[in-house]
Write a protein that binds this ligand. Structure first.
Ligand code: ATP
Ligand code: MG
Length: 402
């Protein structure tokens, strides 16, 4: 006797009215993609739920992958048995044991008899199954109001289905239902988390990274590729656009007063990213900024930086403390990569006293002596794009060798 399927629930989508079909389809597609290495898995949709038939594929591994798919609110492994009381009782015992994980606790049995040909009524079955399980488990008690395990038994035409444990899903909305956006991805802690949170709301991401060789090296680039690869776990493949930023940065360094350099550099980044997003039909930019974290993230700074574009800039971390961001970074497995030492293009030429209240008019005036459009266009033209699929190059090479 074993778990043959997984019941998948998705709460938030149920309220989406007409969109529901689209949402369900996208979720099914995302699950299929995430489980592509398990060829025998089958997915079925019925009545606002989904069933994953394992067909001998490993339950634990599939569950681990399901935990990271946005749009799933919770899921439960299900045992399928023959239509007789002994088999159902045996499955009930196994599921209750697994759900309580050897600990003591309470349970409640809820039988639904959809198959009216089954000889015993639901009330009677509730009692018989409860009894059968209680006899076998010393530390178990019945609690009808707040049980640790709600053992669900569905008696259908072809079989009985028994489930108990409810595993929490990632929540949110399926990636692919929230439009397209471009993430400004550095090698730091914050921006990967911002990308993750945007994907949680269903956004399809591409990433853009500003690279200033020789001041920033190949290792820094590798780090950004690694971070992008980690993010694919939550949303499928991601295109990474790498911008040659050295020329712009050197020009800014030469022509802009020190204490406005960061502001102007950020304005260049935003212009380049917005132009790229426009070309790619993306409707927003996403950054890892959080209010007050550093000089360029005060409201005054954001105002001056943001004024170069009408493209919406989403900042999922805007209200978060660093500790809260780090907690998520650890959970999504980007933290260890983010803290590796590297040179970011923002840290080269860093002035000692960046302005926390840069004046928009002044900054515009300084910029008026530069051919801004030319630098922006040249940077956009020089963009190199790679697509990350979740596998590292070494792994792909290994596969090709085999
Ligand atoms: P992070 O941890 O994401 O690097 P941060 O706290 O270091 O953020 P900043 O360095 O001020 O903050 O950068 C603010 C935001 O600007 C980043 O979150 C990111 O979205 C974007 N950004 C910074 N540097 C780059 C870069 N080299 N390429 C792309 N985006 C960048
Ligand atoms: Mg940074």
């Amino acid at each position: 006797m074993k778990y043959e399927m997984i019941l998948v629930r998705y709460a938030e989508m149920a309220i989406k009215g007409k969109n529901r079909k689209h949402f369900e389809k996208q979720l099914e597609q995302n699950i299929r993609r995430q489980l592509k290495d398990y060829a025998d898995v089958k997915i079925k949709r019925t009545f606002g739920r989904m069933y994953i038939e394992l067909n001998e594929e490993p339950l634990k591994e599939v569950c681990e992958l399901l935990k990271d798919i946005f749009g799933i609110s919770s899921f439960s492994p299900v045992v399928k048995t023959e239509l007789n009381e002994a088999a159902i009782a045996e499955a009930a015992l196994m599921v209750t044991r697994d759900s309580l994980n050897e600990k003591e606790g309470s349970f409640k049995v809820a039988v639904r008899r959809i198959n009216k040909k089954f000889p015993t009524g639901s009330q009677e079955m509730n009692q018989r199954i409860s009894k059968a399980v209680l006899i076998q488990m010393e530390n178990l008690s019945v609690d009808l109001h707040q049980p640790d395990v709600e053992l669900k038994v569905e008696i259908r035409e072809e079989a009985a289905y028994i489930s108990g444990g409810v595993i929490r899903g990632a929540g949110g909305l399926p990636v692919g239902t929230g439009g397209r956006a471009l993430l400004l991805l550095s090698g730091g802690i914050d921006s990967p988390v911002a990308g993750y949170l945007a994907m949680k709301r269903g956004v399809t991401l591409e990433a853009i990274h500003f690279h200033s060789p020789p001041y920033t090296n190949e290792r820094a680039l590798q780090k950004v590729e690694d971070l992008t690869n980690i993010l694919t776990r939550y949303g499928g493949k991601i295109k990474l656009h790498i911008v040659p930023f050295t020329e712009s940065q050197l020009a800014i360094h030469q022509q802009i007063p020190d204490n406005c350099e960061i502001t102007v550099m950020r304005r260049f980044m935003l212009r380049i990213a917005a132009e790229m997003a426009e070309q790619n039909n993306q409707k927003a930019l996403i950054t890892g900024e959080s209010l007050g974290q550093v000089a360029s993230q005060t409201l005054d700074s954001m105002y001056t930086i943001n004024s170069v574009t009408a493209m919406p800039v989403l900042r999922p971390l805007i209200t978060m403390d660093k500790m809260e961001v780090i907690e998520i970074a650890e959970k999504i497995n980007t933290y260890q990569t983010s803290i590796l030492p590297y040179e970011d293009c923002c840290t080269i030429f860093l002035p000692a006293d960046p302005k926390t209240k840069p004046n928009e008019k002044k900054v515009s005036y300084y910029e008026s002596f530069m051919d801004v459009d030319e630098y922006v266009n040249k940077a956009v033209e020089g963009i190199r794009t790679i697509e990350l699929t979740g596998k590292r190059e070494q792994d792909i090479e290994m596969e090709n060798l085999l």
